[in-house]
Design a protein around this ligand. Structure first.
Ligand code: DC
Length: 225
């Protein structure tokens, strides 16, 4: 195990660019990036595959008590693969449907406790950049650097729309914007660990920042920490 473990927390709303920024920051620091949203999405995928309504809190929460259900991550050449009972679901979780279902099930306390425990286990053994909604507030409140990454809803929807088109999916900008607002509201108003800037987090509005400027700002914060 390395002597010093450095964890960097990047939180923020959907489409703020957390994942791509976290990926690049991790690459330049030669550490790993844990995308925690992928774990919520993997569980959501299971919920949908079983025909369970994501709004059915009791049944969804019950799944987390099932020892046979495993949401894991593996890293290959620095890239995260997300595994659901050993099946690689890294591609399958990247749909609007899985994202919306993930947002719904992430409101349930047993779901959060189950995944947060796993995330802490992963992060305590190695230096990492973690991105999510509650990394600085709940998962790793003692992270060395905490960043709250955001941008206007319109700019975030524009980026997300572009990503979906590039991934070959059919998407209408107005629908993406509406879904993004729904998820923002869901993530920010849930009773358990709502999305909000952590104490001591640096607020970084990327609406008018380039990708490189955003990455460099975070690297500067790490260097100063
Ligand atoms: O980052 P993402 O869009 O892949 O995340 C999907 C959903 O999972 C998001 O709407 C809220 C939830 N989530 C969470 O509650 N806590 C995290 N640390 C990461 C994601």
């Amino acid at each position: 195990m390395p002597d010093t473990i450095v964890n960097i927390a990047i939180d923020g709303p959907v489409g703020a660019g957390k994942s791509t920024v976290a990926d690049e920051v991790a690459r330049r620091l030669n550490i790993l990036h844990l995308d925690t949203g992928a774990m919520y999405r993997a569980l959501a995928l299971r919920v949908l595959a079983l025909g369970i309504d994501p709004r059915d809190e009791a049944t969804v929460s019950g799944l987390c008590a099932d020892a046979a259900l495993r949401v894991e991550v593996a890293f290959e050449n620095g890239m995260q693969r997300t595994l659901l009972n050993d099946e690689d679901v890294s591609g399958l979780i990247r749909t609007q449907e899985a994202g919306l279902a993930a947002s719904t099930i992430s409101r349930y306390r047993p779901v959060r406790e189950w995944l947060v425990a796993r995330q802490r286990q992963i992060a305590c053994t190695q230096s990492m950049v973690l991105d999510g909604r509650d990394i600085g507030t709940v998962v790793l409140p003692d992270a060395k650097v905490k960043v709250y990454l955001t941008a206007t809803p319109e700019e975030r929807a524009r980026r997300r729309h572009q990503q979906l088109l590039e991934a070959g999916q059919v998407a209408v900008y107005q629908d993406v914007l509406e879904q993004l607002k729904t998820r923002d509201l869901q993530d920010q108003t849930r009773a358990v660990d709502p999305l909000r800037p952590a104490r001591g987090a640096v607020m970084l509005d990327t609406t008018h920042l380039s990708f490189e400027q955003t990455v460099q700002t975070i690297l500067d914060l790490v260097a100063l920490a």
